[in-house]
Design a protein around this ligand. Structure first.
Ligand SMILES: C[S@@+](CC[C@H](N)C(=O)[O-])C[C@H]1O[C@@H](n2cnc3c(N)ncnc32)[C@H](O)[C@@H]1O
Length: 482
């Protein structure tokens, strides 16, 4: 048995009794589930076990959790149950449990319940925690990527994919609480691995109220019963469920509103002339971002004043500027040390000796940059830079703001504006081209179509990956005229 970790490492948020009861009632009354066996692989202090025993007893009940104290609490809470012989509650680590053996001894309709840990693999790796799938070769990531398609994943995502593997060979249902974003990732995986095996439903829940966490969460029900549509209805809540939208996989991505997506699907396409990019990444804002205080004097984020050449300084618009529509003026300049990724920076020494000296004076700040992308690169390297940055005309949108507002960005002070890496943009050599594409992108049908794909609860709802699905070929007859 591996050592149990802290509440954080175990993604430990115990479900309130009232919520567990509500969910079990829904499964019994609405879904008419009559399980032979109930399994809760991460049962905690047992809220679901108690609620399920109340509605489904006599039933065979199996509950595990890594945390010994939780298990003791759960065991104690059911010790006077009349069918104790049907109940097994014991300490077990999900990742080292012999599930094949356990499942081989389970027959009949299986209900897998619960609220698996709310923690991601990268949070665990920061905590140096071992609460991860053992055979996954986690640090080399290949094993995980093969299963989830991603380097960072939620532990619950891993667990639920296991539940589905088990259920794919029998009849049963899983009903679990998880982040809404995790449910979407699982839906994508289901589409790849078990496209015709499970019906799918989501009920949003108020995670602030039940768990005091600010994250969009849901009850996710997957069942071998019911209609096996590739789409998943999302209901507003458990008490008075109203259909909010039907989400589903389309063209390899999850979309937020499959009906509106289909209506605008003719906008899908790529055009190699215009490529969405993210702004410049440098991880050294105190040094690289400066305010101009007089013709040749600048002040950096450390409060130091320097006289610099203007050759490498460009107007900077940050994500917050773009998000708030501040595109006609700028507060700061960005020191853009390269024209393309990997360009030799030594030429700055001859062309702009004061700038070179300034960079050398702040060598230690560059050395402290943690990201490995700067390893073995010329000194003072930046990322997300290319010839496209130096085009004067741009269309920009903030990736972090929860609104679909695109802005035309003109040259500022006769110089191309630069963006930080939270901004997505297109760039153009001419104003006419920029305006034509801007009109296309901001037409109502296109905005409507883009909106149908966006999950606004994402940390970064608008990505290059999303924007590039839109065809920018303005000769396409299905697009609105420029
Ligand atoms: C979000 S809590 C939910 C607990 C319980 N299912 C409930 O609904 O109240 C997650 C639970 O997962 C347990 N857990 C975390 N890692 C585990 C592992 N590797 N094996 C088994 N249980 C684990 C934690 O101890 C915690 O009780």
């Amino acid at each position: 048995m591996r050592k149990a970790g802290t509440k954080q490492q175990l993604g430990d948020f115990q479900t309130p009794e009232s919520l567990a009861k509500k969910i079990i009632k829904l499964l019994k009354i609405q879904y008419r589930i009559l399980p032979d066996v109930i399994l809760e692989p991460t049962c905690g202090t047992g809220a679901f076990i108690r609620a399920a025993l109340e509605e489904f007893s006599p039933v065979r009940m199996i509950g595990f959790d890594i945390n010994e104290n939780h298990i003791k609490t759960a065991q104690k809470s059911i010790q006077s149950h009349p069918h104790l012989e049907n109940i097994t509650i014991k300490q077990a680590d999900f990742f080292t449990t012999d599930w094949q053996n356990i499942l081989a001894n389970i027959s009949g309709y299986l209900l897998i319940l619960g609220n698996p840990p709310w923690v991601t693999s990268s949070e665990l790796s920061l905590l140096n925690s071992q609460n991860l799938p053992i055979k996954s070769n986690f640090h080399h990531r290949r094993g995980i990527e093969a299963i989830t398609g991603l380097a960072n994943f939620d532990i619950s995502e891993w667990m639920v994919l296991q539940y589905l593997e088990w259920l794919s060979h029998r009849t049963g249902t899983t009903a679990l609480l998880c982040k809404y974003s995790v449910a979407r990732k699982i839906l994508l995986q289901i589409q790849k691995k078990f496209p015709h095996t499970f019906s799918r439903t989501i009920y949003l829940i108020d995670a602030k109220y039940y768990f005091n966490v600010s994250v969009k969460a849901c009850l996710f029900i997957l069942s071998t019963d019911g209609e096996k549509s590739r789409d998943c209805p999302v209901y507003s809540d458990l008490d008075e469920p109203m259909l909010c939208s039907v989400i589903g996989e389309r063209d390899g991505f999850m979309v937020r509103d499959t009906i509106r997506y289909e209506q605008g699907r003719h906008f899908l396409g790529q055009d190699t002339r215009y490529i969405w990019r993210s702004g410049i990444k440098h991880d050294c804002s105190k040094v690289m971002e400066l305010k101009q205080i007089s013709s040749h004097w600048f002040i950096n984020g450390l409060g130091e004043k320097y006289q610099l050449e203007k050759d490498y300084l460009y107007p900077l618009l940050k994500g917050s500027d773009i998000g708030n529509g501040r595109v006609n003026q700028y507060q700061k300049l960005l020191l853009v040390t390269q024209k393309w990724v990997g360009e030799d920076t030594r030429m700055i020494q001859d062309k702009a000796p004061k700038t070179w000296q300034y960079l050398r004076d702040h060598e230690s700040f560059f050395k402290k940059r943690k990201s490995s992308i700067y390893n073995n690169k010329p000194p003072y390297s930046i990322f997300g830079v290319g010839n496209y940055c130096f085009n004067g005309w741009k269309i920009a949108i903030s990736g972090l703001y929860k609104k679909l507002n695109f802005y035309l960005v003109f040259p500022l002070n006769d110089q191309p504006a630069m963006f930080d890496d939270t901004v997505n943009f297109l760039s153009f050599e001419t104003e006419a081209e920029a305006r034509a594409i801007f009109d296309l992108i901001t037409s109502d049908p296109v905005l409507e179509w883009l909106d149908s794909m966006i999950f606004w609860d994402e940390k970064r709802p608008i990505t290059v990956n999303l924007l590039k699905r839109l065809s920018l070929d303005n000769t396409n007859p299905t697009l609105p005229p420029p």
